[in-house]
Design a protein around this ligand. Sequence first.
Ligand code: FAD
Length: 321
Amino acid sequence: MSKKVLVLGEVREGSLRNVSFEAIAAAKQIADGGEIVGVLIGDSVAGVANELVAYGADRVVTVEHPHLKSYTSDGFSQAFMAVVGEESPEAIVFGHTALGKDLSPKIASKLQAGLVSDVTEIEGAGDGAVFIRPIYSGKAFEKVKVKDGIVFVTIRPNNIAPLAKDAGRSGDVSSLAVDITNLRTIIKEVVRKSAEGVDLSEAKVVVAGGRGVKSEEGFEPLKELANVLGGAVGASRGACDAEYCDYSLQIGQTGKVVTPDLYIAAGISGAIQHLAGMSNSKVIVAINKDPEANIFKVADYGIVGDLFEVVPMLIEEFKAL
Ligand code: FAD
């Protein structure tokens, strides 16, 4: 049976995050010919609605309110539940992002819906859809089928390919007026720590450094390599704990989960908690001077050597391409 699916589009600083388009592709499979309704929540988000349509949404509903300028679970859940009330969807798709991870359980509990989180692949379509998600820190995968009720999934960024953009598609964009009341928190100001570089959780290339980088300055060649490859810099917790870089770069069980096309690990031993955050990367290159390092077990290409010699060579080679 075909389904009406709501897809939450995530807007950051006026632009839609890629995961929103990936969520539409997932929704298409779940909808199995049913309608896909994009949902945009914020203070001024209608401007990107047509982009959701270009990537496959049939129409878009926006909820705009000054109190929705920054994300709060209170405000966004009021807005999203109002859309659910209007639309009565049979399925919902969010990105498995910081926002999606925070908001989805709240919405699921309000709807008494099961939640299949962190989905990396979908087999089949409609009622027959089977959701594949990693478990035990990525050591195994489980297949989940939703028996009844609303199908609610969050999808891991960079795993489900978006549909091709078609700027010629058209779809209705409507706004829903929601009185956002009784908020327990209102964000007055957001102060970004750093505005530089590509978003780590959506980057196609990640160059990550570990304790082997040895200092804050030691990260400079990694930043340059990331820059040359159009990627983002990440780190192990070892490097963060040693104060070589900020915790916002930490990848792993207690950090960010990334699945780039290319993951370069430099001076990282490959502890299980680190692997939990990157082992699903499409191609893994490890640079380590210890040939026995655990990271080589998950690497597609291993370079045994000193990262301070290897990384500058890679920079030169990639620059020359
Ligand atoms: P090390 O283990 O010290 O490895 C450094 C590596 O650098 C070594 O393999 C060494 O051979 C190599 N090296 C040194 N010098 C050079 C050089 N010049 N050139 C090339 N190679 C060199 N860790 C995470 O990363 N992410 C997490 O989310 C995370 N969560 C955790 C949660 C819990 C509950 C616990 C207990 C631990 C967690 N950890 C996490 C920590 C994890 O167990 C490891 O301690 C950590 O990943 C080690 O970081 P590292 O590989 O950078 O350092």
